[in-house]
Design a protein around this ligand. Sequence first.
Ligand code: SF4
Ligand code: MG
Length: 287
Amino acid sequence: AVSRAPIWCPGCGDYGILEGLRRALAKFGAKNEEVVIVSGIGCSSQLPHFMKTYGIHGIHGRVLPIATGVKIANPRLKVIGVGGDGDGYGIGLNHLIHAARRNVGVVYIVSNNQVYGLTTGQMSPTTLKGVKTKTSPYGSIDFPVNPLALALSAGATFVARGFSGDVAHLAEIIEAALQHRGFALIDVLSPCVTFNRVNTYDWFRARIYKLEAVGHDPTDYEQAYKRALEWPTMDPQGKVPIGIFFRREDLPAYEEEAVKLLGGTPPIDAPLELSEDKRKALLNFLT
Ligand code: SF4
Ligand code: MG
């Protein structure tokens, strides 16, 4: 892809995600042509344009179905999904649940700014209770989606949270996710400096702590779930953990199962004319 300079507002958290992703990919050692970044619609979804990898700027909320197709077609590619909280936890929320339970080998990075940024500041699925936005002028009366608890309940095998204001830490999380077998959700607290004047860098800095600093064991599901429930909606004075909440490597990824079903040959390596057997296996898989 042709890469151009980012066009986000100065100070936008998405710059931190872009930098974290670049550093993680460099450290991981992936070549540009081995990486596909799939995005939806929103400020953060413009990210593929700012990278030299392959990219698909998709449609609203459909990051994960597109990314799943790419990964099954060519499992050798590193497939990374990028989108915002509106895209991924609103219109696309059901896809998160299904990608998690299927364990699709995609690293999904959600830029969570708790507002719809591109459309100029409406309430989003992660807007905190009481926060005033263009569409909640008296303060939101909704409890927000808790993406980490949701992904854990859906069976996700890698669940983490990063912060745009700590790029080095975020890059470590992304690199770990790139090494992971199966689906990885990284929710990134990523301030929208233009339309969210509540959840600012300072707001997060006053609340954030690192899981690794408190001896958290990411192989312990129950511990991970308890930590995922630590969020200011439950306790206004509450802290916000960042780091890797949960990780397990023993389950096969979805694309491994799909390729097995196709007789061991991924679609990218299969001849264009399918034999009757393979055509049936493919149809059986798709329906
Ligand atoms: Fe970033 Fe918000 Fe500006 Fe969008 S509107 S580029 S999310 S600061
Ligand atoms: Mg948003």
